[in-house]
Design a protein around this ligand. Structure first.
Ligand code: QV4
Ligand code: CA
Length: 512
């Protein structure tokens, strides 16, 4: 009996590391600030046909509505209630999206804000997505309900009530992150309200959660909350499936709180990944692609089976969070495509692709003065739909990196090579590298300032393959470059440093 319980508990905790994606689908895309109605369409018309595993959605709870600055994207990180009405749509639209995406095998991951409610200076009134009354000053959120008893202020020992020193783990967990009213997650009542919110979503059919600001919550409190979570909805998931948990903890080293404190609870965002990869692609501080031969744990990253990886996220693409100027975003498209392709080709971690909106970036002395700007919207503040152009790109300020041919095709590449080992590494001791994934795929990068011209062992069966970067397979022809692999697995690659995209990738399904 004891053994059975142990096995059950062990299985349960392991399951929270599993993204629950449909068999053969390996990547998640963050459709940052998209409306639920657009995500539902995108699942059906683009994500399912192209093998995407799931979507991280923006927070679905009711949040504060701010007019100064005008409707910043970050208002959604300030909950007012757990009612499911948000800038992305109504509860019915959310439910419709979850159902339609699930029905085509693309699963939904909710950005869950459970560390805090709105900022202390958030005022009093009904300036919230569905007009729910609250008072930040009185710490009163009647529609949850939370009252001043449910916040951490007595526990926090700083003068300002805010986190003042990241070296002190008590402050980081018990005080306010940038003045956000800090929930007392040690209270059974608060844990229950948070779990109810998450369970409501799980029952609707979501497959898991990105848990925001985990550094600011005690692992023991999180464990208690996760322990109350329902299994996934059996309309779509196997009986007994646990929600996938990936926790936002920024650990670049050198702080009092370590990502490893959260490993037993679920996966953790590996922020070193994008910061280091950005530095390598930019060739800063003498970094070279050839140094990435032991990319992954060899670079001091967390264990592979704990990591959620990404090139950039909604914070560090605009100077919030961590990573600084090294991060490569859609603003540097050539480097961004290379970095995302490297990530998707490499076996380490569960991969998340960023899909952004454009804003009026305005960098003054290294800081973007418009880092607050919200999604493309109408004058009344409502978010604009995502129009699809005839060439399959998006309009109206939506960047849709996930639709870029190079990125979309690398999402497919990752699915095709899933489970295959990192193999047949080659480098020129500088910024030209190549590696394969068993006999299922091969990729070659030229990030040097001169041409690449080399014959390599790809490990692939002989034949003619379409490069999925300069084009792709279209019936019995390639729309871009063609690569001939000999019977011995060797192929000749030529990549000009002037090419639009200085890399080439082939895989089993791109063979003519
Ligand atoms: C400001 C001052 C405070 C002051 C307060 C007075 O900074 O010092 O006390 O006014 O009222 C916004 C503003 C911020 C403001 C705060 C409260 O930018 O200036 O405080 O609201 O009114 C996002 C944004 C934040 C934003 C927050 C809430 O990035 O700028 O704050 O939403 O709207 C750390 C954490 C990590 C965090 C990262 C950004 O360890 O967890 O910072 N990342 C996550 C999310 C992120 C989100 C939050 C956490 C908070 O990814 O998007 O912050 O939910 O590294
Ligand atoms: Ca806290």
């Amino acid at each position: 009996m004891k053994l059975l319980i142990l096995v059950a508990l062990f299985g349960l905790s392991l399951a929270q590391h599993n993204p629950n994606t449909k068999h053969g689908r390996t990547s998640i895309v963050h459709l940052f600030e998209w409306r639920w109605a657009d995500i539902a369409e995108e699942c059906e018309r683009f994500l399912a046909p192209n093998g995407f595993g799931g979507v991280q959605i923006s927070p679905p709870h009711e949040s504060i509505v701010l007019n100064n600055p005008w409707r910043p994207w970050w208002e959604r990180y300030q909950p007012i209630s757990y009612n499911l009405c948000s800038r992305s749509g109504t509860e019915n639209e959310l439910r419709d999206m979850i159902t339609r995406c699930n029905n085509v095998g693309v699963y939904i991951y909710v950005d869950a804000i459970i560390n805090h409610m709105c900022g202390a200076g958030g005022g009093e009134g009904t300036h919230s997505n569905c007009g729910t009354y609250f008072s930040a000053g009185k710490k009163d959120f009647p529609s949850v309900p939370y009252s001043h008893w449910d916040f951490n202020d007595n526990k926090c020992k700083t003068g300002s009530g805010n986190i003042e020193n990241y070296g002190d783990p008590y402050q980081v967990r018990d005080c306010r992150l940038v003045s956000l009213l800090d929930l007392a997650l040690e209270k059974d009542y608060v844990r229950g309200k948070v779990a109810d919110y998450m369970n409501n979503l799980t029952d609707m059919g979501v497959a898991g959660f990105r848990v925001d600001a985990c550094k600011h919550m005690w692992p023991g409190d999180l464990s208690a909350v996760y322990g109350r979570l329902h299994n996934l909805n059996t309309n779509w998931f196997a009986k007994g499936s646990r929600p996938f948990i990936f926790q936002e903890v920024i650990d670049l080293g050198g702080e009092s709180i370590k990502a490893s404190e959260y490993f037993h609870l679920g996966r953790v965002t590996e922020f070193k990944y994008g910061a280091k990869l950005g530095g390598v692609i930019r060739k800063w501080n003498g970094e070279k692609l050839s140094y990435t031969k032991n990319w992954g744990e060899g670079w001091g990253f967390m264990p592979d089976d704990k990591a959620l990886v990404f090139v950039d996220n909604h914070d560090n693409q605009r100077g919030h969070g961590a990573g600084g100027a090294a991060i490569v975003t859609f603003w540097d498209p050539r480097m961004h495509k290379m970095a995302v392709a490297y990530m998707l080709a490499h076996p380490y971690g569960v991969t998340r692709v960023m899909s952004s909106f454009r804003w009026n970036r305005n960098i003054v002395n290294g800081k973007d003065t418009n880092d607050w700007m919200g999604p493309p919207s109408h004058s009344d503040g409502s978010t604009k739909p995502v129009p699809i152009n005839p060439d399959q790109t998006c309009g109206d300020g939506w960047v849709c990196e996930h639709r870029w041919r190079q990125i979309k095709n690398m999402v497919i590449f990752r699915n095709v090579v899933n489970g295959q080992p990192h193999s047949n590494w080659w480098d020129n001791q500088n910024n030209q590298v190549a590696f394969g994934r068993g006999n299922r795929g091969f990729i070659v990068f030229n990030n040097d300032d001169w041409n690449l011209d080399v014959t390599l062992n790809t490990g692939m069966p002989g034949g003619t393959y379409c490069d999925v970067i300069s084009g792709q397979k279209d019936g019995d022809r390639c729309t871009g470059k063609q690569i001939t692999v000999g019977g011995d697995g060797r192929a000749h690659f030529k990549i000009s440093n002037q090419d639009e995209d200085p890399f080439v990738a082939i895989h089993a399904d791109s063979k003519l």
